[in-house]
Design a protein around this ligand. Structure first.
Ligand code: NAD
Length: 430
């Protein structure tokens, strides 16, 4: 089939390449000419394992092309996927739909009458209905659940596909688009517009709630002297609770969860339904950043002024160079503001971090960051940080003090190597 993908950021670039991999002819469209030039040259402007290879493979075969021209895309596609951003509005918690509205309008103007416009962006419930009522072209909603770092795998082999459709015709078209994925046994959930939109925001709200739940338990453990690691393991044995997403730490960030739960609560208010608990989920999440800053102060003897602090991690999560609302950089920047001499290391996100936080210090390796440090903060859960040898690390730092803000390091090993090891929600060693 002939598909277009409007917006070639994290979601759109991945979707475009994966649709070509499924056998379709795909045109990716973006308003950012630099992004399009890079993609045409087979370069992906962000870190996503497997994606550059897929883009180069299909730009070479000619099955995947990129343009800044909506007119060309409108004339080309039978199905148009809209993948533009839906950031938080500047003046409220709600989602900014300017980009979605502009992208739909631009493509609808040039699209063939019998083409299908499919929204993939995460939007407040009611958006699909509103667009369908104004555009004069058939609309469907197909929310996306991919995880950065696993985006290609998640697109080609998703847990499920969700489509919000208003006609059998739209369903048939989307089934055809995803035929190889469906043939591999992927469940398809067909829903009306509001349900399809809500599935996405509900899934994100649930995940955020799970993280903040265990982080609230960490706060309680800190107050009462318990160990949240043991608690999480014990409750996780219950299948109804499950073990995943129960690692207490500095909390979630990124371009999705924080803004999505805020937009969800905001939209619920508009509909007269209270999702006030999501505001608490958000508040718990932000308090964990405060806690790391407090711990850093405590370990530096009451103030971080002049202390050399090594921060391991800049991306909001491992396997990504995405620093949007990164807890690691938020903590690093606050410590810098308090007068600490902060050096950040991250395997992939240094370029992005440098651009956004030019006043922080940066190192090209974990060793370089650790050298001479008075305090080490482990804030992004990259696997290579688990591989750091605590004995070797102890020989590099000025003082062997570490805060594991991700609950991912082996505290016993670090303590045995002479470190004062602290983790969120766990008792301080005596
Ligand atoms: P992004 O900011 O990386 O990409 C958005 C792109 O859209 C940018 O390249 C921008 O230049 C382009 N754009 C804006 N207006 C345009 C227009 N009128 N025409 C063409 N291009 C236009 O954002 P993202 O992370 O890819 O997220 C996109 C959407 O997908 C959001 O709603 C997000 O919540 C959702 N989503 C993201 C992820 C993820 O992991 N990043 C996962 C699931 C869903």
């Amino acid at each position: 089939m002939r598909l277009t993908v409007i917006g070639t950021g994290y979601l759109g670039a991945t979707h475009a390449a994966c649709m070509a991999e499924l056998g379709h002819e795909v045109v990716g469209v973006d308003v950012d000419p630099d992004k399009i030039a890079a993609l045409r040259a087979g370069q992906v402007p962000f870190h996503e394992p497997g994606l550059p290879e897929l883009i180069r493979k299909h730009t070479a075969t000619g099955r995947l092309r990129f343009t800044t021209d909506h007119t060309e895309a409108g004339a080309f596609g039978e199905v148009h996927f809209v993948c533009v951003g839906t950031p938080q509005r500047k003046d409220s918690e709600g989602a900014d739909l300017t980009y979605v509205d502009a992208a739909f309008a631009a493509i609808a103007e040039h699209a063939a009458e019998d083409s299908l416009l499919v929204g993939k962006s995460t939007v407040p419930v009611g958006t699909a209905e509103r667009l369908a009522g104004t555009l004069g072209v058939e609309v469907a909603w197909n929310p996306e659940f991919l995880r950065e770092g696993f985006a290609v795998e998640d697109t080609l082999r998703p847990d499920r596909l969700v489509i919000g459709v208003r006609s059998a015709h739209a369903e048939t078209i989307l089934r055809k688009v995803y035929e190889p994925v469906l043939e591999a046994g992927t469940p398809l959930v067909t829903a009306d517009f509001p349900t399809a939109e809500l599935v996405k925001t509900a899934a994100n709200a649930f995940l955020a709630t799970k993280i903040s739940f265990i982080n609230a338990m960490a706060e309680l453990c800190e107050a009462a002297g318990g160990d949240v690691g043991v608690l999480a393991q014990a409750i996780g044995h219950d299948d109804r609770i499950g073990k995943k997403f129960l690692r207490a730490g500095v909390g979630f960030g990124g371009g999705c969860l924080p803004k999505d739960i805020r937009a969800f609560a905001h939209r619920a208010d508009e509909l007269g339904v209270s999702l006030a608990f999501l505001r608490e989920v958000d508040a718990i999440n932000m308090r964990r950043r405060d806690k790391v800053v407090e711990l850093a102060r405590e370990l530096c003897g009451g103030a971080v002024l002049g202390a050399r602090i090594a921060v391991l991690g800049a991306a909001f999560k491992p396997d990504s160079d995405d620093i949007r609302d990164s807890p690691a950089l938020n903590v690093a920047a606050r410590l810098r503001l308090d007068g600490a001499d902060v050096t950040v290391y991250d395997p992939e996100a240094l370029d992005n971090a440098r651009k956004a936080f030019p006043l922080l210090g940066y190192a090209l390796s974990a060793e370089e960051a650790l050298r001479g440090a008075d305090l080490v903060l482990h804030l992004t859960e990259w696997p290579q940080f688990r591989e750091i040898d605590p004995e070797r690390a102890a020989s590099l730092v000025a003082r062997p003090l570490i805060v594991d803000g991700r609950g991912a390091l082996d505290g016993d090993r670090w303590s045995a190597a002479g470190w004062h090891f602290r983790a969120l929600g766990r008792p301080a060693p005596v």
